[in-house]
Structures are given as C-alpha cells and as structure tokens.
Write a protein that binds this ligand. Structure first.
Ligand code: HAM
Length: 409
C-alpha cells in the first residue's frame, strides 16, 4: 500500500481531473459506493473460483454479525447500488467512480494491495455501439493523458456458446496435461479459461494450439463482436484481436478487452473491462445488460513517469519575505489581502534571514518574491522580484493584488 506524497499528488489530481472532463463529455455521472461490501456480493458477482475472491480478498467478520470484504473491484458494488436504488426505472444509466480497491496480491511493480481505479459502468444497453463508444472513451482519455497503449480485444462468448467450448477445451488440456505447469493442471477442471492466460514459457506450445472460443461463437455473439469491431473502425480506434484474452473475473460475456503498455513490464494492463449481461439479474436485480471498464491509477502513474512527464505542482504567485518585525506584520496582512483577491501567496512565519526566506521561496517555486521591511511599510512601495529572471520592478503595495492577478492569470 502506497503513500502519495505532496510532490506526486499533482499527477493523481491530473489523472482524476482529466477523467472527470472526459466522463462529462460522454454523459457519465459519478457514483460513490462504500469500500466495504458483504463478502457474498463478490463471491456471487466476481466468482467464488476466481483468484480475486478465492485468494486475494480481505475478508472479516463484523463482530460475529456478517462476513464483509474490502472491495477488490468496483463493478459488484456499483451493480449492488444500481439494484438497491431501483435505478433501472430511469432507463439507460452511465456511471463512473474513482477510488481505492484492495487485493491481497504479491506486491511488485504495478501490483499493490491497495490500488486505485477510475472506472465506469453503463447499464441498460445490449447494443454493441456502447461497447465501442466506451472503449473509444478510454482511448480518448489515454490520448489526453499523452499515453499510447495497445487495445487487445476478444469475445468470451455467452452462456449459449461458452459451455460446449469449455468442455472441448477441458478435454484438449487434459489430454496434454503432462506438458502443462502445475498451476495450469490445477485449473483444467475448475477454470480452464484461465489456463489460456498462463505465461509460463513451457506451456505456450500447448496453449497456442488450443481450440479458440473466437472460432466457436454462436451467431448472436459473432454478430455482436463483428459490430463492436466495425464501430471501433468507424471511430478510428485501432485494436489487436487477442483470442486468449480471458480476464480474471467471471462476469464477462461477449466483449472483453485490455489496454496494455510496454512501460509496465509483467503487469502490462493499464485498464481492462468488458460486457457483463446477466450480472445484474444474478445479483437479484432485473435483467439489465451492462458494460464497463476500470483503469489502474498506479499503473497509469508508472507510465507517465516512464515518459519522464513531470507531475504538475501548484506554486504561489508571490512569496512575501519579511526584513524586520514591521515587515512581518505587513506580510501577514498583505498575504490575507492577496488571498482574498484569489492570488496564491506564501510566506515563512518563522521570519529569519533574508537568504533563508528566499531559499524557501525557491523551494515552493514562487513566481515572484517581495521583501517587506520598515521602509516599504512607510513608503507603501516595494520591489517585486521575478524569481526566474531575477529582474526587479517597483510596485505599490496597494496595487499588488491587481498586478499579480493579471500576471498569473
Ligand atoms: P481488473 O482487470 O481486475 O478489472 O482491474 C482493472 C485495472 O485495475 C487493471 O487493468 C489494473 O490497471 C488495475 N489493477 C488491478 N489489480 C491491481 C493491483 N493489485 N495493483 C495495481 N493495479 C491493479 C476490474 O476490476 C473490473 N471491475 C473492470 C470492469 C468494470 N469491468 C467491467 N466494469
């Protein structure tokens, strides 16, 4: 679990600000749900046999009352809120969320136990146009953040075409289990789709030749997938077909996708999502289709860092430096005046040597510095020093706020 210190927080604020702007452009509204939900919600929603629920969830008993869990992802809680508040009666709903998620994974670069997602969910549209629009929205967001990532796209079928495929896959994998790693072997029965995702080198020949769900889609899933691809082409979003992309959550049907970046190494997905028709109903709501995705903020931050992008930091327009006791009083008063006028300013209440105060002005990246002492107080005039060019310009103290508001607008 990480601390985000003030020097890095600008990057986080930027990720969130741009996300809010893009969501607004596409008509998504924010929802805030609790970080804790009932364990059963995730067991049913995400899937009891997934690694996320089975191995990685922080689960605890609420003083013997009920079994709760820290949310490992945002979709299940969002669906719970959608159902609980009867939001389907208002028709199509497009929601987004930002916040911490928790998975007890083995920590490594890009993989943490508390991490942060920016995610969205659209309820009530089965049509493929929204899958494509949502992917384009994420692509748009990444472009605004100055990041290039590869879109990997797949269809994971539906309850009509997936079960017969899984049987074939199981049979195929069981016949070649001697060539597969122990992890794969333990998954053949329980979760054969996850076997396709194995990264162990020696498993690859078997997996490359495995039957592909993309070749077995039913007519409905095939038409849906073709339409998603067509709409992505219309929208100018490039994709790579990835028949072995399976995702680690059980609720997906049809569209499944990830955006990956080489900057991330092994944990290469910066965002992932897909369609989950059936989930709302399975969790006790009406039969409402859904589609969504989530982006990992820590991973996006790593990409931005690898690009050498500086985190934006707020800086005061002016740093008020006091030369003596009269100057210190004046500085405090003028600072209040400037802030009332909306001009960001700073001072060092400890006073002290001029040199030390100038150093502090540099440290906070103040654009200007202004020394105040008995003389300046008496004359109402001071010198505004540009911290970059070192140039000094005389200024009347009463005109300071107006002047700085104009200079730093
Ligand atoms: P997910 O693929 O499990 O999907 O997570 C989405 C993103 O969260 C990942 O691509 C990654 O960037 C980030 N992430 C996941 N685990 C960690 C971790 N341990 N440390 C750092 N970052 C991590 C979901 O969570 C789905 N709820 C997405 C979704 C929404 N599907 C439909 N709607």
């Amino acid at each position: 679990m990480n601390d985000v210190l003030p020097a890095q927080v600008g990057r986080w604020q930027e990720m969130e600000r741009v996300a809010r702007e893009v969501f607004a452009l596409y008509g998504y509204r924010e929802v805030r749900t609790p970080a804790v939900e009932q364990y059963a919600l995730f067991a049913r929603g995400v899937g009891e046999l997934t690694d996320i629920v089975n191995k990685e969830m922080y689960v605890f008993e609420d003083k013997g009352e009920e079994l709760l869990a820290l949310r490992p992802e945002g979709t299940a809680g969002t669906v719970r809120a959608f159902i609980e508040h009867g939001a389907h009666v208002e028709g199509l709903q497009k929601w987004f969320y930002l916040g911490p998620m928790f998975r007890r994974e083995r920590p490594q670069k890009g993989r943490y136990r508390q991490f942060h997602q920016i995610g969205c969910e659209a309820f009530g549209v089965a049509e493929p146009a929204i899958d494509a629009e949502q992917i384009a929205m994420l692509d748009d967001y990444l472009a605004r953040m100055g990041v290039r990532a590869q879109l990997r796209l797949n269809s994971v079928g539906d309850p009509q075409c997936r079960p017969p495929y899984l049987e074939d896959l199981r049979r195929y994998l069981a016949a070649r289990k001697g060539e597969l790693c122990p992890d794969c072997n333990s998954r053949i029965e329980r979760n054969p789709l996850r076997v396709l995702d194995c990264k162990v080198e020696s498993c690859q020949p078997v997996l490359r030749e495995a039957p592909r769900l993309l070749d077995r889609l039913c007519d409905g899933c095939r038409a849906h997938f073709d339409a998603v691809k067509g709409a992505l082409e219309d929208l100018g979003v490039a994709y790579e077909l990835e028949p072995r992309l399976v995702r680690g959550l059980d609720y997906y049907v049809r569209t499944a996708f990830e955006f990956t970046s080489d900057a991330l190494g092994a944990q290469s997905a910066v965002a992932g999502g897909g369609r989950y028709d059936g989930l709302v109903e399975m969790l006790g709501g009406p039969a409402v289709p859904g589609v969504g995705y989530a982006l990992g903020q820590e991973r996006l931050a790593l990409i931005l860092e690898s690009l050498g992008r500086k985190a934006p930091e707020p800086a005061p327009a002016v740093f008020l430096i006091s030369a003596d006791a009269a100057g210190a009083r004046e500085a405090l008063r003028r600072a209040a005046e400037l802030r009332r006028a909306g001009v960001a300013c700073d001072l060092d209440p400890r006073g002290g040597k001029l040199k030390a105060q100038f150093k502090q002005a540099e440290r906070v990246h103040a654009r200007y510095a202004l020394v105040l002492g008995g003389d300046e107080v008496a004359s109402g005039q001071a010198k505004l020093k540009d911290m970059e060019t070192r140039e000094e310009t005389p200024v009347s103290l009463d005109a300071l706020a107006g002047r700085l508001a104009a200079a730093t607008r």
